[in-house]
Design a protein around this ligand. Structure first.
Ligand code: HEM
Ligand SMILES: *[C@@H]1O[C@H](CO)[C@@H](O)[C@H](O)[C@H]1NC(C)=O
Length: 393
C-alpha cells in the first residue's frame, strides 16, 4: 500500500506539467461533432470473447471483464492540450495544426471518418487495434504524414517491419468518400489520426480532440520502417527512439498501454520461449504458466496471440497489472517493468484506477499525433488517393 502511494505520487510529479497544461484549453474551437460521440462509444458493451483466452485457473471459465466504465466525455478542463511543450511541438505543430481546420472547408470530415470506422469495426472488430498501430507506425517515421500508406516499390509499407500492419483498406474507403464530399481538402494523415482516435473510442478507450492540418508526405523509404521498434529492443533504445520523436519516457510507458488490446504474431515473441539469449531456457522474466500457454499457442510464427492475456477485449490498465505479474507478451512490454527508469510508471498506472491510464493515454496520443517533421510538411500535399502520391502533370 505504501509502495502504491509512493509510485503514484512519483508519476503525479512527472505528469503534473501535462495536467496543468491541459487546464488552459479554451483557445481552440471545438468540433461540433464532438457531442455526438457518446452514442458511438456506448454500444461497446457486448464484447465477444476470443476463442483461446489465457486462463490462469484452468478449472474456471475465464470471462473477460466487462468494461464497467461507461464512456465519459472528458470535461474541457482535463482535455488534452497542444500547450504541452515538446521540441517538435515548438517547431511545428502549434503553428500548423488547429481544431477548426476543416470547419469551413469540410465540416463533415470528422463525421465521415467516424461513420466509416464504425462500419468497418462492426464488421471486423480486430481492425480497431490495427488502425491504432498503423497510426503509430505512420507518426514514428517522418512524423504523421501518411508515409506508411504509400505502396509503391520500396516504400515503408513494403518493409519486413510493416508486414503485419492492417487497416489500409479502411483509410482508402474513407478517402474515397471524402473526395466526393470535399475534393483535395482532407489529408490522409489527418484521416488516419482521427480514425485511430475513433477506433480507440469504439474499443472503450478515451476520447480526445484531434487538431488538424497535417500534410501528406511524398517520401516513403523502405529501410526507414526498420526504425520502428519491433519488440526486441532494450529500454535505452526505446527511450532514445521516443526522444528522437519529441516524446518522453512517460509517453513510452503510456503509449505501450495500447497493447491492452490487439494481437501479435507468434514470430514476435517465440525467441522468448526457447533458448532465450542462448540460455537454453525460456526468458526468466516470463511467468512459467504463461510461458507454457504461449508454447502451446505458438506452434506457428504466423499464429496470433492476444497482447493482453487477461482482458484482451477491454481497453483498461490491466496491461500494466500483467507486467507486474510477469505476463507481458513482448520482451519490450516486460522490460518496462524490469528497468528502473520505467517500472515506477508501470506501478503507478497499474495501481491507480483505470481512468487515470485512459486520461494519460489521451494526452500521449495527442502528442503522438502532433509529431510533425518540417521537411515532410513543407513539401507535403493533400493526396487524392492515400496509397499513392499525386502525379505532377
Ligand atoms: C514501445 C514501442 C513499441 C513496440 C516495440 C511495439 C511492438 C509491437 C509488436 C511487435 C506488435 C505485434 C506485431 C505482430 O507480431 O504482428 C505490436 C502490436 C500492436 N501495437 Fe505496438 N509496439 C510499440 C508501441 C506501440 C504504440 C505506441 C502503439 C499505439 C499507440 C501500439 C499499438 C499496437 C497495437 C494496437 C497492436 C496490435 C495490432 C493488431 O492487433 O493488429 N504499439 N506492437
Ligand atoms: C541496447 O541496444 C543497443 C542496440 O542494440 C546496444 O547498442 C546497447 O548496448 C544496448 N544497451 C544496453 C544497456 O543493453
Amino acid at each position: 500500500m505504501k509502495y502504491y502511494s509512493i509510485s503514484f505520487g512519483f508519476l503525479l510529479i512527472l505528469v503534473l506539467p501535462l495536467i496543468l497544461a491541459s487546464a488552459q484549453n479554451g483557445k481552440y474551437e471545438r468540433a461540433a461533432y464532438h457531442d455526438s460521440y457518446e452514442g458511438a462509444a456506448q454500444d461497446d458493451q457486448d464484447q465477444g470473447q476470443g476463442p483461446a483466452t489465457y486462463d490462469k485457473n484452468d478449472d474456471k471459465e475465464s470471462e473477460p471483464e466487462q468494461n464497467d466504465q461507461n464512456y465519459e466525455q472528458d470535461g474541457d478542463d482535463n482535455a488534452p492540450s497542444l500547450d504541452t511543450p515538446t521540441l517538435l511541438d515548438n517547431l511545428a505543430s502549434d503553428d500548423l495544426l488547429s481544431f477548426g481546420y476543416y470547419s469551413k472547408s469540410c465540416p463533415k470530415a470528422e463525421s465521415i471518418i467516424n461513420k466509416y470506422v464504425a462500419k468497418w469495426v462492426e464488421e471486423d472488430r480486430t481492425l480497431a487495434a490495427s488502425l491504432l498501430r498503423l497510426h503509430f507506425h505512420d507518426c514514428a517515421v517522418h512524423g504523421c504524414d501518411a508515409s506508411i500508406l504509400l505502396n509503391h516499390e520500396g516504400s515503408e509499407r513494403t518493409a519486413e517491419a510493416s508486414k503485419s500492419l492492417r487497416g489500409f483498406e479502411v483509410i482508402d474507403d474513407i478517402k474515397a468518400e471524402m473526395e466526393k464530399e470535399c475534393p483535395r481538402t482532407v489529408s490522409c494523415a489527418d484521416i488516419l489520426t482521427a480514425a485511430s482516435r475513433d477506433a480507440t473510442v469504439l474499443l472503450g478507450g478515451p476520447y480526445w480532440d484531434v487538431p488538424y492540418g497535417r500534410k501528406d508526405g511524398k517520401v516513403s523509404v523502405e529501410k526507414d520502417a526498420a526504425l520502428v521498434p519491433m519488440g526486441r529492443e532494450n529500454i535505452t533504445t526505446l527511450i532514445e527512439f521516443y526522444q528522437s520523436n519529441g516524446l518522453n519516457v512517460i509517453d513510452l510507458v503510456v503509449l505501450s498501454g495500447a497493447h491492452t488490446i490487439g494481437r501479435a504474431t507468434c514470430g514476435s515473441l517465440q525467441f522468448r520461449l526457447y533458448n532465450y539469449a542462448g540460455t537454453g531456457r525460456q526468458d526468466e522474466s516470463l511467468d512459467s504458466r504463461y510461458a507454457n500457454f504461449l508454447k502451446r499457442k505458438c506452434r506457428w510464427a504466423s499464429e496470433y496471440v492476444d497482447l493482453d492475456a487477461t482482458t484482451p477485449q477491454t481497453f483498461d490498465n490491466v496491461y500494466y497489472k500483467n507486467l507486474q505479474a510477469k505476463m507481458g507478451l513482448l520482451l519490450t512490454d516486460q522490460s518496462l517493468y524490469s528497468d528502473p527508469r520505467t517500472s515506477p510508471i508501470v506501478d503507478a498506472l497499474a495501481d491507480a484506477p483505470s481512468e487515470f491510464f485512459n486520461h494519460q493515454f489521451a494526452v500521449s496520443m495527442t502528442r503522438l499525433g502532433n509529431i510533425l517533421v518540417p521537411a515532410a510538411q513543407d513539401g507535403g500535399e493533400i493526396r487524392t488517393k492515400c496509397y499513392s502520391v499525386n502525379s505532377n502533370y
